[in-house]
Design a protein around this ligand. Structure first.
Ligand code: ZN
Length: 325
């Protein structure tokens, strides 16, 4: 359907692979150095819907009949976004904007660049891990960044929506990301090559905590940019939302755009003070001064990839394709 494809521009973009990742030895886990702590993040759904699959099909009553429906992820009956989903989403952006290796690739997708094949950790090798592997880990090296499962803030209700089936990409031209466009609503009549999803609508809010250990300030700067934050171009003291981050499934239908807002940040001093602080339940500090401080670091950023990502991932007031493309 070439005519159809022209009528509906594809909702994704590529960040090309170039050069080679800057690989260095990661810090060990044996002692505290750098910055450790946690960040409380609010997550707001800014695309029309968010769908994070549980892997379960459930029966729902739709237009007078029972229909199989892909259920949203839950824990103890409550909706969640698993921490692993959040980590995967943030990691893929970190990989792209820091020219790291490619670990998040579909089964059918082959990496053409040898330089970007997944890092292998060797304990005595000094040039072993790219920025993303140093942060998120790889075989033999535990990551220093972890997300808790996100849980709803207040009441979050799901809705049933219908989408046309999705097809994997046939070719790969670098790192693929989906844009933030508008969802085209379909009627709920059961139809061939369509499926029902249980999704969370725009405006829903959830919260998660990002734990980090032994990070450098430039690593926190990179992480914050992967969360969609940036310095204001004219005033570096202001923090802006640069783009929504894509989380969960059905991204080719433009689902899953979320905005991360850091609410509080707690930095722990190393050594025994860390544990006494934990035991005392010391309160965390306001986020903004620390965000400004970390965002000032651009050492790990690939400026060209970052600029392209910012332009392509910002919300576009265009419709997402409804059908196969
Ligand atoms: Zn790597």
């Amino acid at each position: 359907m070439p005519g159809h494809a022209q009528a509906e521009p594809k909702p994704f973009f590529w960040i090309s692979l170039k050069g080679r990742p800057q690989r260095t030895a990661p810090p060990g886990h044996d002692r505290f150095r750098g910055l450790s702590g946690w960040m409380e993040l609010e997550i707001e759904v800014v695309s029309d819907y968010l769908y994070v699959g549980s892997g379960q099909l459930e029966l729902h009553s739709i237009q007078g009949g029972e229909q199989a429906c892909y259920a949203f992820a839950r824990r103890n009956q409550g909706l969640i976004i698993p921490g692993t989903s959040l980590k995967g989403a943030i990691r893929s952006i970190v990989e792209a904007i820091s020219n790291s290796c490619v670990r998040i690739a579909g089964r059918s997708e082959r990496i053409r660049s040898d330089a970007h094949k997944g890092c292998e950790y060797k304990e005595r090798d000094r040039e072993t891990l790219c920025p993303a592997c140093r942060l998120f880990g790889t075989t033999g090296y535990r990551g220093r960044v972890h997300f808790t499962d996100a849980v709803p803030v207040g009441e979050v209700k799901t809705e049933i929506i219908k989408i046309a089936d999705l097809w994997p990409p046939r070719q790969i031209r670098g790192r693929k990301f989906y844009q933030n466009k508008r969802f085209q609503r379909l009627d709920l009549k059961p139809a061939k090559n369509h499926r029902f999803l249980e999704a969370v609508p725009k405006g829903a809010r959830l919260q998660t905590t990002l734990f980090f250990e032994n990070l450098e300030e430039e690593e926190l700067g990179l992480l914050l940019r992967a969360l969609g934050l940036d310095q204001h171009p004219e005033d570096p003291q202001r923090v802006i939302f640069a783009f929504p981050v894509k989380v969960g499934g059905a991204k080719p239908r433009c689902l899953g755009g979320v905005r991360f807002t850091p609410k509080r940040i707690r930095l722990l001093e190393g050594g025994p003070a860390l544990f006494s602080a934990l035991l005392a339940g010391e309160s965390s500090s306001a986020a903004k001064p620390l965000l400004v401080r970390f965002l000032a670091h651009r050492e790990l950023l690939d400026p060209e990839a970052w600029e392209r990502f910012r332009q392509e991932a910002r919300p576009k007031n265009e419709f997402c394709p409804m059908e196969v493309y």
